[in-house]
Design a protein. Structure first.
Length: 450
């Protein structure tokens, strides 16, 4: 049965790669030409990670060689592929210290002319171990996948091949965390690949935890790719990430909600990933627009707010993201770019949570040292003041990529049909071209052995 032109593409999700629909990938036309690559939250990703590892391992030896690849990552931002990470937590007005530091989120991406690799992770809880876990996971997995496809020529002829390769990257990421004494982290790996003999692209994702992948289509609106990783018909405990890699049970990961997902998209669509600091701040209960509903409830909420069932909250949150995007487009009078999408969502959650930060950062609470009893009273006052305020303080990360054949950052991306005759000069089947790119391109240097 043919899909209606008004129905968004179907999303297939399952616990194994065999459970989702398989699409053929045009491996011969898979471009190796990188137009943008980045990682974060800090640009000196490996340098700071090495320093933290030295401290954690009580290693006083100077590591001057740690910054060897720092300069290679001073790349200009690109509108078609972009990532950003920030803290929504409060800053102490006296010491200037931000609660929850260091940021435990991490991301990296490699955007090529007609395909992309995107990885995002959210370290569980606060502290150095959480940060190390997220950065090890991102660094190890993207390095493994990049080398496998573009250096070792591991052929990807279908979305199933891609999903199985991404699953192996999870094992590599987990081992890296154990090797560096890291904590726990979520992990979401997403690849965008051209479908064989089609103008469409396949979006493949493997994720564990609550770091999610979405597709924003100018034709169909918002759709969540990773929806099978969480039951939208059940009330979700936002303190439970659902799954994680790292030493959860001894040296074993917790892969309860490990999910394989596939959907299709078109040139011009934007694929983006978020940590829960972004996605949860669109939930209508978190934003104080609604209260949790019950299926058997017929009574009006005491607070006179709408009661929403879990699946209604899920749809409302996606529509909220879509609304922020469209409002941005109305103001700017042009289609939103991947870079602008990241900034629009980040600015929205920052603005939403500002009232909570203002309560905590009130200078009155920091003028002097308080006795224990006084401090408890102040903490209770802060809790009571924050209770009705919208938003959730967290680390927030979003990473986005515009689908299609890249020309330049100011021109619309095209479909493969427009340039298929000209692709041979930069496809992975030409080993000498790819090898040269890998050896010389700063966009392809990743240190998994941090």
């Amino acid at each position: 049965m043919e899909r209606s032109p008004f129905t968004p593409p179907e999303v297939w999700g399952g616990r194994t790669a065999e459970e989702v629909k398989e699409f053929p990938v045009d491996y011969s036309l898979l471009s190796s030409e990188v137009f943008s690559a980045g990682r974060g939250p800090e640009r000196n990703f490996d340098y700071e990670l090495r320093n933290v590892l030295d401290v954690c391992n009580n290693n006083t030896e100077k590591r001057q060689e740690a910054d060897v690849n720092h300069s290679l990552w001073n790349l200009q931002p690109n509108r078609k592929a972009y990532g950003t990470s920030l803290s929504l937590y409060d800053r102490n007005p006296v010491t200037g210290k931000v609660s929850g530091d260091p940021i435990a989120d991490s991301y990296a991406y490699i955007a090529r002319r007609n395909n992309s690799l995107m990885v995002i992770a959210d370290g569980v809880n606060w502290g150095d171990k959480s940060m190390i876990a997220a950065r090890c996971a991102v660094c190890a997995s993207i390095n493994y996948l990049n080398d496998a496809v573009f250096a070792n020529f591991h052929a990807i002829y279908s979305t199933k091949d891609a999903l199985l390769l991404m699953r192996k990257a999870f094992d590599v990421a987990h081992e890296s965390i154990l090797q560096h004494n890291g904590g726990l982290t979520t992990l979401n790996i997403t690849m965008v690949l051209p479908i064989h003999s089609s103008t469409q692209y396949a979006v493949c994702s493997v994720n564990v935890g609550d770091s999610l992948t979405y597709v924003f289509s100018k034709r169909y609106g918002m759709n969540e790719l990773s929806v099978a990783s969480h039951d939208i018909n059940k009330e979700r405990n936002m303190k439970d990430v659902g799954g994680a890699i790292g030493p959860v049970d001894g040296s074993q990961p917790y892969l309860t909600n490990l999910t394989f997902s596939v959907t299709t998209c078109e040139p011009g669509d934007i694929v983006f990933q978020t940590t829960d600091g972004i996605s949860d701040n669109f939930d209508p209960v978190v934003t104080k627009l609604a209260v949790p509903g019950r299926r058997d409830s017929t009574l009006q909420s005491v607070e006179e707010k709408a009661e929403m069932l879990p699946h209604e909250r899920h749809m409302f949150a996606m529509k909220g993201m879509e609304r922020v995007i469209h409002e941005y487009e109305l103001v700017t009078e042009h289609d939103i770019s991947a870079q602008e999408l990241c900034k629009a969502l980040s600015n929205h959650v920052t603005s939403l949570t500002q009232p909570k930060r203002l309560v905590i950062e009130n200078p009155v609470y920091y003028r002097r040292q308080f006795k224990k009893k006084e401090r408890k009273k102040i903490e209770e006052t802060i809790r009571n003041a924050m209770r009705p305020l919208p938003g959730k303080l967290d680390h927030a990360t979003v990473l986005a990529y515009e689908v299609g054949v890249y020309r330049d950052e100011n021109s619309p991306n095209r479909s493969l049909d427009d340039i298929s005759s000209a692709q041979d000069s930069c496809c992975v089947s030409h080993r000498s071209s790819v090898s040269s790119t890998i050896e010389t391109s700063p966009s392809l240097v990743f240190e998994s052995d941090v």
